[in-house]
Design a protein. Structure first.
Length: 88
């Protein structure tokens, strides 16, 4: 198992942009149904792709992006501990 964050982005602004695109596309897919009909549902896969699968995946990625390099996890003897990383 690797310690690399699975859902994190390069930076917080990049992650927030992905969220804007993802949530905007999902909202547009359903809100535009009366205007564009079923064609608007083509926005749904764009939204899911931008969110990397689901809104919860995006939220986990946001937390990973914000805390990257600030927190360290160490597991020994069957117990894990989360500590603040040294800032050198």
């Amino acid at each position: 198992m690797t310690d690399a964050p699975a859902f994190a982005s390069r930076s917080v602004p990049v992650h927030l942009l992905r969220g804007l695109i993802g949530f905007g596309s999902l909202a547009g897919a359903f809100l535009l149904l009366p205007v564009a009909g079923a064609w608007s549902l083509l926005l749904a896969p764009v939204g899911l792709l931008a969110l990397r699968g689901c809104p919860m995946c995006w939220t986990v990625g946001l937390v990973q992006t914000v805390t990257r390099g600030r927190l360290r996890r160490s597991c020994t003897g069957g117990t894990c501990e989360l500590t603040v990383a040294d800032r050198r």
